[in-house]
Design a protein. Structure first.
Ligand code: TRP
Length: 335
């Protein structure tokens, strides 16, 4: 029987970099918050790890969806991952690596309906009742498969995914205990080191992926005039004192968010005294930060074959890397 810990040692000796894996769910549109909080740091840290980044299209099927919208969202996000400069990473679409769905089924045979039903996200999204898709219940088993297939040392995820990583560890250890040591329980999660951007209209809520009608979220692909309009409408407060422009997370969440945003985009609020001046500075900084990404996006959108080729190559490497893990799990469970 193969000792999984010995396997990690071996991996560490043959490759100098740790392996990092994360998937992005292609629902809604990517925002400035996704860019500053996740995509930009992911691109900046590519050399530190052997990175696998995927688009979790199977996960997008767990709630009501429109096939054409899903296809367009996957294409847009694939192009965006390249536009932000993730070309040193292995990029793939989850459904093009069948091992994800295959391992997920095997893990469903060690997971219990009780533990899945207790997951916070299921309880929240599943409130709709009878029409809840069965895949929403098993979604986290698929996420565990996503992770365990790659034996990553690092799984960068947001705080809301912590419970899911614990489930992943539980399933890995339970499988190993029952059928032999196939999986490495992912130990550490690298917290997202990027800026935490809040919603412009509701500054106590995180700016997250959204439908395009959401006024409080700047989209990564919003043109400058739309950025200007959204920032102009951002919530501030009625303070008109000489030091109105300052950080105070509790008393002035909207202003604090704008100051954070300005700094995350390379600017500074020093010397600014009015909200009008702050908003103009934020708009200029955000537009300047997004400009190169949008320019690259427009170029890539004109060569979809190039984007498709990068993702085809990535899926091929992902299939090669995951095949031995799926084979070991399949054999261990008795198939
Ligand atoms: N569930 C994650 C989210 O909602 C996306 C995801 C799916 C993921 N599979 C993953 C993240 C594997 C990290 C690793 O954001």
């Amino acid at each position: 029987m193969v000792d999984p810990w010995a396997l990690t040692q071996e991996t560490r000796m043959t490759t100098t970099r740790p392996r990092r894996l994360s998937l992005l769910q292609p629902t809604g549109r990517l925002t400035l918050g996704n860019f500053l909080g996740a995509l930009r740091p992911m691109a900046a840290q590519q050399e530190q790890a052997d990175c696998f980044y995927g688009l979790a299209d199977l996960h997008a099927l767990t709630v009501t969806h429109d096939p054409a919208v899903l296809r367009a969202t996957v294409a847009e996000q694939a192009t965006t991952l390249l536009a932000v400069g993730l070309d040193e990473s292995t990029l793939f679409v989850q459904s093009r690596v069948p091992a994800h769905a295959q391992l997920s089924y095997l893990l469903e045979c060690v997971a219990t309906t009780g533990e899945l039903g207790r997951m916070i996200q299921f309880k929240e999204k599943g409130r709709a009742g009878e029409s809840t898709r069965a895949s929403l219940l098993t979604y986290l088993v698929l996420m565990a498969a996503d992770i365990l297939l790659y034996r990553p040392e690092q799984v960068p995820v947001g705080d809301d995914q912590r419970q899911h990583l614990e489930l992943t560890r539980d399933l890995a250890m339970r499988f190993n205990a029952a059928y032999g040591p196939v999986f490495l329980a992912p130990e550490a999660t690298v917290p997202a080191v990027g800026a935490r951007v809040m919603d412009l209209a509701e500054p106590t809520r995180k700016m997250s992926k959204t439908g395009s009608r959401d006024a409080g979220a700047v989209l990564l692909l919003d043109p400058p005039d739309v950025v200007r309009r959204k920032v102009a409408r951002a919530v501030t407060d009625s303070d008109v004192g000489p030091d109105a422009v300052r950080r105070d997370r509790d008393a002035k969440p909207g202003v604090t968010n704008l100051v954070d945003l300005l700094e995350a985009c390379g600017g500074s609020a020093d010397g600014l005294t009015t909200y009008g001046a702050l908003k103009r500075a934020v708009t200029d900084a955000v537009v300047a930060e997004l400009e190169p990404v949008q320019r690259r996006y427009a170029e890539l959108a004109r060569e979809p074959e190039h984007v498709a080729a990068v993702f085809a190559r990535g899926a091929e490497r992902a299939r090669a890397v995951t095949a031995p893990v799926l084979a070991a799990a399949t054999a261990a469970i008795g198939l």
